[in-house]
Structure formats: C-alpha cells, structure tokens
Design a protein around this ligand. Sequence first.
Ligand code: A2H
Length: 253
Amino acid sequence: EGVQPQEYTIIKMEVLQPFPPKMAVLEGKRVFLAAATLRPETMYGQTNAWVLPDGKYGAFEINETEVFVLTERAALNLAYQKYSRVPERPTCLVELTGNDLIGLKLKSPLAFNDIIYALPMLTILTDKGTGIVTSVPSDAPDDYMALHDLKSKPALRAKYGVKDEWVLPFEIVPIIDIPGFGDRAAEKVCVDLKIKSQNEKDKLAEAKRLTYLRGFTDGTIVVGEFAGKKVQEVKPLIRSKLLETGEAIMYSE
Ligand code: A2H
C-alpha cells in the first residue's frame, strides 16, 4: 500500500434540507458528503453512506456555492488536485464528527434509492480516501456486513441514534451478475464464509479477495443504460459520465 497512487472517484452525495443545527452555518450552500470509491459502476446499488462515528470531518468550501464534507487530510490532498478555488488552504466552514453526520438525508448519483441516509461504520480508516464511504451491499462485503449489523442489532442502532426508518427499508439492490456468485455476490461470500460482523477483519479480507477481482473481470452489469455489458467495459464509461455531469470528481492519493 502507498507504493502506487490509488485512483478514486469522489461521488458527490448531496445533503438534503433541512440541515441539523450544527450545520446551520452552511444554509444556502450545496453541501455534499464526498465519498471515495474504486467502483463507480456500482453506484446504482447504493443503500446508504458510511461515516466513522468518532471520525473528525470538516465542511470545506470547494468553490463559491459547493461544500464538501470529508477529512481535513483529504481536503488538503484535493486542494492540490486543482478542484478548490483556494488551493493552498481550503477553508473549513465548520468542524464535524461522524456522529454529527449520522442521519443526514442524501441524494446520490445513479442510486435507485431516491433518498438514502448516513449511517455509522466502525471500520472506516481516516487515513484512506475521504473518510466517507458509499455503501453498496450487493457487491462490497464490508458494506453488506455493516448494514447487516445495523439491521439485526437494535442495540447498535440505539447506541448511535440510528432510526429504524434509516435502515430497515433498505434492501440489497442487485446490479452485477458474477458467474458462480449470482447478483448479490457480497451477501453470498459473507454467508459462505460465515462472517458474523463487520469486525471480522481477516474473513472480510478473504471475502473481498474472492469477489473484487471476479466482479471486475467476469461481472456483467444487469441494470441501467449499460445493462448486459461487462463491468470492465462499462466502468470507464460510467465514470466519465459522472465526471461530465459534475456528479463526481477524480481524486488520487
Ligand atoms: B469501494 P482500497 Cl461495490 N475506510 O466502493 C474503509 N474503506 C474505504 C475507505 C475508508 N476510509 N474509503 C473507501 N473505502 C472503501 C464501493 C465498493 C468498494 C464495492 C466493492 C468493493 C470496494 C462501495 N463501497 O472496495 O483499500 C470503498 O469501497 C473493495 C476494496 O483503497 C472503496 O471502494 O483499495 C475501497 O474501500 C477502497 O479500498
């Protein structure tokens, strides 16, 4: 890790009004949770966003009208990648923790769910990407297990102030078919490996190893305008589209 640059796509997940009191200072601006992903072609299947409850985030001014919520580290990296109008020192309009973000109502590009919510994930690393992760439980074992934990453990929801309606209505959205794995590959490997929670690091690493490459090399997208095409083929097309429409930006580290 860290040997060669990682090319992420930052997905702009728009925070819908009304903002919570802590974010009142952002009133009148367009505010986005900036989620870093390596799999832009999976965005149809988003069910929520992930934040680290104790993580430190900031709302950074990206230009006159747009604000990104992400870690300070990522804001600084981005500033050097020509998107900020104030490259040397991105302005932090308000400091936030993950707890402040839990329950935010979001609208995210390509997602079949019109509205999704920001929810707690306990394994997010603050020194990778933006510290915000978009959740695609059909294809990401980490996302599947973290959502499964919240759905199956009322005490976990209570601990983080997560309302039932932010979690329980959200089902897996099948988006990619992988021969031998089906169209809910993450669920299948997590069940096969008998993974019990998002904290089973080694087993989840194995689950990711089993699905990630296969999804990319043998997967077929079964939804959207590119339905029937290979994941390999559509990934760059979907990424370009998101970049062109301004719904995403590039980010590398
Ligand atoms: B991926 P790599 Cl569908 N902490 O996006 C923990 N995980 C993070 C993170 C952070 N700070 N920042 C990004 N990620 C996740 C989609 C996806 C992803 C699918 C399948 C696999 C997959 C939806 N979540 O990643 O260590 C993000 O989840 C499998 C590795 O830099 C991001 O892409 O290689 C991926 O990890 C980046 O991980």
